[in-house]
Design a protein around this ligand. Sequence first.
Ligand code: ATP
Ligand code: MG
Length: 1008
Amino acid sequence: MVAWILKKILGSKNQRELKRLMPTVRRINEFDEQFKGLSDEDLRAKTAAWKAELAEIPELEAQWRKLDEILPEAFAVVKNAARRLKDRQNSFTVCDQPMTWDMVHFEVQLLGGIVLHRGRIAEMATGEGKTLVATLPLYLNALTGCGAHLVTVNDYLARRDAEWMGQLYDFVGLTVGCIQHDQEPDVRREQYAMDITYGTNSEFGFDYLRDNGMATTREQQVQRGYHYAIVDEVDSILIDEARTPLIISGPATISTHQYDKWKPLIEQLVRKQNMLCNRIASEAIETFEKADADPANKAEFMAEGGLLMFRVKLGQPRNKQLLRMMEDPEKRRAIDKAELSFFQDTRKEELFALKEELFFTIDEKSNEADLSEQGRVFLNPDDPNAFVLPDLINEFTEIDLDPALSPEEKDKRKAERQQHCDAQAERIHNISQLLRAYCLFEKDVQYVIEENKVVIVDEFTGRKMPGRRWSDGLHQAVEAKEGVQIDRETQTLATITIQNYFRLYQRLAGMTGTAETEAAEFHDIYKLDVNMIPTNRPVARTDHNDRIYKTRREKYNSVINEIRDCHNKQQPVLVGTVSVEASELLSRMLKREKIPHNVLNAKFHMQEAEIVQRAGQPGTVTISTNMAGRGTDIKLGSGVPERGGLMVIGTERHEARRIDRQLRGRCARQGDPGSSRFYVSFEDDLMRNFGAADRMTRIMERFGLEEGQELEHRWLNKSVETAQKRVEQRNYLIRKRTLDFDDVMNMQREVVYTYRNETIDSEEPRKLIYEVIDEAVPAKVKEYLDVDEPNYAGVIHWVNTTFPLGLTKEKAQFETRTVEENTQFLIGKIKDAYERKSSHEEPTAVKSLERYIILNAIDRLWQEHLYAMDALREGVYLRGYAQKDPLIEYKTEAYDMFVDLMANIKNEVLNNLFRSTSNLQAFENFLATLPQFLLREHAPTAPTANAPARGRQLQPVGAMAAVGGDGDGEGEVTIDLPVRRSMPKVGRNEPCPCGSGKKYKNCCGRVA
Ligand SMILES: Nc1ncnc2c1ncn2[C@@H]1O[C@H](COP(=O)(O)OP(=O)(O)OP(=O)(O)O)[C@@H](O)[C@H]1O
Ligand SMILES: [Mg+2]
């Protein structure tokens, strides 16, 4: 009741909102009427005029106001242009397929356009023409010249839409670009420079990471700001994809993995476990047989058999015999009952004992693997404890309480224990990843092997995701399993969650056919509200009830029957599968039946456009993983509407309801006829793991299902939906968690990236250098002097090893001044010396050098920091066992680490200040100016700055230049600096290279 009322209010709120937009729609149409009389040129001229006008408005708010003001007229320009293209039957090619323009914006599409301009989500049913809707707000927002982005789910759609809508943009005088996976930076930059840019979320996200985390000059960056973006298929991108963050990784500096070492043993272990499970399963079958033979004791035997089978489930959830047992409702119930009984708290220990009978246990739902004592003994008979994490807290306490140990001894022992614990943790981690790789990851389902590489297949779209890797060593474990080259352990170089990338935009909008189920999440995380836009014409699709079978085999057989029926009456069919494996199985079955068909899956995505083009022709059968499930527009061939339009068959229910609705939405577009049906079996993963197993089993029993028979009722659709809702809920929590963790990172990333960009853009990088000196020097001085017993020697040592000041106790006279005065004294000296050093270099080169010194420090330490953060994140999970909230732990420690990071960056800048040069010659000249007593022979050391090979012209030199502080050079100072030996290159009577105008011997060359 409450829900119903709520819906009614919501519904009417939506209606009220839309109603308020109607006057604007009318105005658009009035302008459109007016514009009919204009010439093409006059229409186009409006674009340029607005652009010029908006360029004069720098202030953002004012710009938005202006856009709101011109919206009706601007939309009308686009609509009018669309009509002109249609009237002229403008022909072109899109993804190499011929096409003719046949669209003029409908009223509901204008409505959708307004919603999008306002930064909301427009929910418009599948096939309503969202591609065209987006042209309106994109045009309007691109007039600002700041770039408008359209983000979609795959390269095919990005290209299709850019080429297709490009006709319209071209007509009104805007440029359009499209980002594709294989483009080089130069090409990308051109695409981003266009007024409107289409691309996928991961390309946009990765470009952001490369621009902000890796590029070292403005010229290397490809993007130009985050102004306005429309996210097409917004639920897929902001919800499904948001579960895994985008990560750019590189080889780790240290690699600790031992997958190869453990692989043979794990293989044996898995084999042993499978044998064990098979044995238990056979025992269970015998027990069940006894139950049938002995009705008096039936209940007991059933319970016993159920228990045995549950053990199999713990150890090998995909055991064939187990799956077969599950088909039988009675046995299934016995197994479920055994499982349920262990959920009680009182039976925890029994469950533990049960698990101990196996070598390891696998939890399919949570994707986890856990070694048992037996397993540990098998892996290392001598020391099963090698796979148990030591109780560090206890050990530390014991060490602390030991009176025989000195404090140093205590620290040493603790460090040893810590190290030991880390090694154990690494080993346990490697093994559990290998077990997961063997027991939970299947080739051609979760991944495919291509060119000797493991390529992840996206579970939502069935598309390959080249370049993405499972984190945490799982990828390497799968590589070890498949015997392909194990990539070196990778380390995160840059990372961002999709959520945080999109938060960068000044205004974000979205559109999809299926936003409704996730409206709350859109609101909470992105502050995006959903407006539902009515369809242009009533939807004419028939959604049949699900057909439910006991086994996959029966299910597929019926699918084939239905395909044959459609094929016989020449009705086109689109068959959706959730995995590559399933699509290949169906394809084989169809071949046997001699039914011609096309297969579209991650392995053959090259011909995508062509296959889609044909999918609506009479009699065509197309099998596709979910990759054709979104955005794909299938046009009906002639005679097809009379035969019922396109038939969509889903061969499995997906985890999320939206995905199924999207598949259905491939048919009955724009008021066309069409129908859809889903096939489900009890063996499907969704049903096994999240299905209302008990209830289903009872229903199955009541109906007494025979081989090949199916269940079909609208109530059953509900059960399936309940299962889906459960998974959706769980996934929401995972996403929320990822985001909670990334929020911590996000703040840090913002600080670091802002600093980086400031450095790149700075015309006066010297200022930044001086800021570092102003901040880092006081901190250091304080450390030494602002204490009870000031350590003057310490400061002098630090100063002399960091800067070439040649300071002595006598010269410094620290004792005579306050801490503050000493600080200012040192800052002054350092800056002086720095000015002198730079005076020998070419001014622009010096600027690059300064930027480089800062960037280099940021990048090196930030990457180290990311590595440490990864480790921290893994580590805090272990603490979850110690009754602590991992997130809070993570936040606190991450903060401390970040404070350290910023301090370290500054210190590193100071350290490199006098150890780098833009040009060796200048450096030598400069060295030559130094008082000789400051120079000592030293072989040049390896570059301190580990410059990545990005073709920089700057050379860090190993030695530090020493600048004689006062040039008066009295006395016996020796400084402990590795200095590159250099002979004066300048004649004593020549002008000084510092540019002072004096003779060298009277200036920098004044040797004591
Ligand atoms: N105003 C229009 N007049 C005529 N045809 C139109 C119009 N708008 C869209 N169409 C047609 O409707 C079909 C579907 O368009 P489109 O693929 O943009 O839909 P969509 O809303 O993006 O669907 P999906 O949710 O599946 O991505 C296309 O064939 C397109 O040509
Ligand atoms: Mg679309």
